[in-house]
Design a protein around this ligand. Structure first.
Ligand code: SAH
Length: 217
């Protein structure tokens, strides 16, 4: 590939096109749109797929996993931050770290759990290269959350569970919000749960398609 083609696929125009598309699809939060514009998504996928990095589509990242679709990352980030006044966010399913990188400058601290160690090793380095330092990573099972730093003001999960994981709900601070896909394959619903003092309130943002939240290590 020549240098011009390389510049072309990451050009401001290509990124603007993606941002305009997300705006047309209803993403409103200016900080989220700016993050979608500025995070270099082509650095989160294989070089062979870099030319497709600014298409609004999920792409393979190895180990049978995918980088999430930009629209879905934007939608989940927007939902998490709507009225957000807290500091700490628990992220389950770090993967290549794209969602992490979009969210990191918008919150104080992210705790991120991923079950595939090899992915995590590369992602740690990638985020360091991008000067993102407010993220703590841990290899582990997302069904367990990360009790050590609980409760969290926000929880964001990038893999679908058939039911809301009890342990994640338990690690949510009062007033905090959990955003995650819930439901069986083919019928997943992007779900937002808000914890009030004495009850959980649940809302749906519509149908989505995620890899499963694998049970156990
Ligand atoms: N956040 C990524 C998307 C990752 S895809 C992005 O921004 O593109 C979902 C990730 O969840 C995969 O990396 C997968 O390995 C991870 N995952 C699946 N089940 C898990 C579990 N039980 N605990 C932790 N991570 C899990």
């Amino acid at each position: 590939m020549n240098l011009r083609a390389g510049i072309g696929m990451t050009s401001a125009r290509t990124r603007d096109r993606l941002v305009n598309r997300l705006r047309e699809q209803g993403i409103r939060n200016p900080q989220v749109l700016e993050q979608i514009r500025s995070v270099p998504r082509h650095l989160f996928v294989d070089e062979a797929l870099a030319s497709r990095a600014y298409e609004d589509t999920a792409l393979p990242i190895g180990h049978g996993q995918t980088i999430s679709q930009p629209y879905v990352v934007a939608r989940m980030t927007e939902a998490l931050l709507d009225g957000f006044t807290g500091e700490s966010v628990l992220e389950i399913g770090t993967g290549c770290g794209y969602q992490t990188a979009v969210l990191a400058p918008l919150v104080k601290k992210i705790y991120s759990v991923e079950r595939i160690r090899e992915l995590l090793t590369r992602t740690r380095q990638r985020l360091r290269d991008l000067d993102i330092y407010n993220v703590q990573f841990r290899p582990g099972d997302g069904w367990e959350g990360w009790p050590k730093y609980a409760p969290y003001d926000g929880i964001i999960v990038a893999a679908a569970a058939p039911v809301l994981p009890e342990k994640l709900l338990a690690q949510l601070a009062p007033g905090g919000r959990l955003v995650m896909p819930v439901g069986p394959p083919g019928r997943q619903d992007l779900t937002v749960v808000t914890r009030h003092d004495d009850h959980f309130e649940q809302a749906s943002l519509g149908a989505v398609s995620f890899v499963p939240l694998v049970p156990g290590r």
